[in-house]
Design a protein around this ligand. Structure first.
Ligand SMILES: [Zn+2]
Ligand SMILES: [Zn+2]
Ligand SMILES: [Zn+2]
Ligand SMILES: [Zn+2]
Length: 211
């Protein structure tokens, strides 16, 4: 069963919003907090990263314009994707964009980048450039989370009641693979040793991803 839309909270002010609501909120919240102290201003991009396979997973990010796509790739791997060092790529209008490119030389507001991790069991993401800001002080890290979806509640495929906490990679294709604690104990398809934990990522249940 696909996870439902869940909210997340703004790391700048704590306000809770849905993904779309957060886009609106951050436009104002960022505007109120940036661009006032021009002398120290560090150019940044506000990005919205979403998963192609589920609208429940999203990240609003602030990324330094001086960072490279490699840095963004590293962040996405660490936060959402890395299982066994698969290949990944950014594309703009279907053309691959090199990892060494700086964001400043690549992005502009309104642009959409496609991203894929693992060209076999692919996790596909879309990256929207929502805005460009002058951060009052240079960000401490090249990529910072402005907001992220909370853990989506996915009900168990078998009993339909309790929250799923394990995924059977074999049975999920028959929509019988997301299991609660109790139903995990009685699961006996023969592949129980390959169960994966339910984690807050669009890659939950894919390859060997454990979060
Ligand atoms: Zn806020
Ligand atoms: Zn893998
Ligand atoms: Zn159950
Ligand atoms: Zn199974």
């Amino acid at each position: 069963m696909a996870p439902k839309q869940v909210k997340g909270s703004c790391t700048l002010c704590g306000k809770e919003c849905t993904r779309q609501g957060m886009t609106k909120h951050l436009e104002k919240c960022l505007h109120d907090r940036t661009g006032k102290t021009k002398a120290e201003a560090a150019p940044c991009f506000h990005l919205l990263v979403t998963a192609r396979n589920s609208s429940a997973y999203w990240l609003h990010l602030m990324v330094a314009a001086s960072a490279s796509l490699k840095a963004l790739d590293g962040f996405l791997r660490q936060t959402w994707l890395e299982c066994c060092g698969h290949m990944s790529a950014f594309r703009s209008n279907r053309r691959e964009v090199g990892m060494s490119r700086k964001l400043a030389a690549t992005l502009e507001p309104g642009m959409v980048l496609d991203y894929e991790y693992d060209f076999g069991d692919t996790t596909a993401l879309q990256i929207k450039v929502l805005g460009q800001y002058a951060a009052p002080v240079a960000p401490r890290k090249p990529v910072e989370i402005l907001a992220r979806n909370q853990n989506p509640h996915v009900p168990c495929d078998v009993c339909g009641k309790a929250a799923a906490v394990w995924i059977c990679p074999t049975c999920q294709w028959e929509e019988q693979g997301w299991l609660c604690r109790a139903c995990k104990e009685t699961h006996s398809c023969g592949d129980e040793e390959y169960l994966l934990p339910v984690v807050n990522s669009p890659r939950a249940g894919v390859c060997g991803y454990t979060g």
